[in-house]
Design a protein around this ligand. Structure first.
Ligand code: FES
Length: 215
């Protein structure tokens, strides 16, 4: 007998949502980039602002507020919010740790990184918020730093690369303690150079670029 599988979509509601005066001004500025009859094109900008203001996630109220701002049917904005994985439809921790699980990172041990991150966060499962509200850990697809696999991204910006379970834990421990932590390779290599340092084009370091070379 086959079992009918159903999916549910039900982002939590909050006590309403309105842009802060500052974000309202930003939203209005974004909207001027689009013609009067193409205001819906600003939807990603406004959703992003709403998510930022709402502590890193989009409630149904926030999504529907954006729909009203752009004179769009709420379902159309819900469709956009559910399509892009960068929009979070549940509360997240202050630091959202996004562990890449795609091929290069997986081959270089992303499963162990995820496990270490969950343990350090103190959460039982992906997507849960830690009791102190500091972390949630999720797995994501390739973040474009395959040369420095395995890696994770924290919030919107910082990449931490060349991770081991130990260095992943160390990064998170520093974040939790409010200490400064340097993004980039955690193994000490420069960019994506070989671990032992540069091996090609070594002469460039000794010979200055020819005059007039504006490249
Ligand atoms: S596979 Fe992880 S960054 Fe590309």
């Amino acid at each position: 007998m086959s079992v009918l599988k159903t999916t549910t979509y039900d982002p939590p509601r909050t006590d309403g949502f309105v842009f802060s005066p500052e974000n309202k001004a930003k939203a209005d500025a974004y909207r001027t980039r689009y013609p009067e009859d193409r205001q819906a094109s600003a939807v990603l900008w406004l959703l992003y602002l709403a998510q930022e203001q709402n502590g890193g996630w989009l409630s149904s109220d926030a999504i529907e507020y954006v729909a009203a701002e752009l004179d769009m049917a709420p379902i159309r904005v819900h469709e956009v919010a559910t399509f892009y994985t960068m929009f979070n439809l549940r509360p997240v921790g202050r630091y959202l740790v996004q562990v890449c699980r795609t091929t290069s990172c997986w081959m270089r041990g992303s499963d162990a990184i995820t496990k270490a991150c969950l343990e350090e966060a103190g959460t039982g499962a992906l997507g849960e918020v830690s009791e102190d509200g500091v972390f949630s850990v999720v797995e994501v697809e390739c973040l474009g730093a395959c040369c420095n696999a395995p890696m994770f991204q924290v919030n919107d910006r910082d990449y931490f690369e060349d991770l081991t379970p130990e260095s992943a834990r160390a990064v998170m421990a520093k974040l939790r303690a409010g200490e400064e932590v340097k993004p980039g390779s955690q193994s000490g290599r420069a960019g994506s150079e070989p671990q032992e340092g540069a091996k090609t084009l070594l002469h460039l370091a000794e010979s200055p670029a020819p005059a007039g070379d504006g490249a």
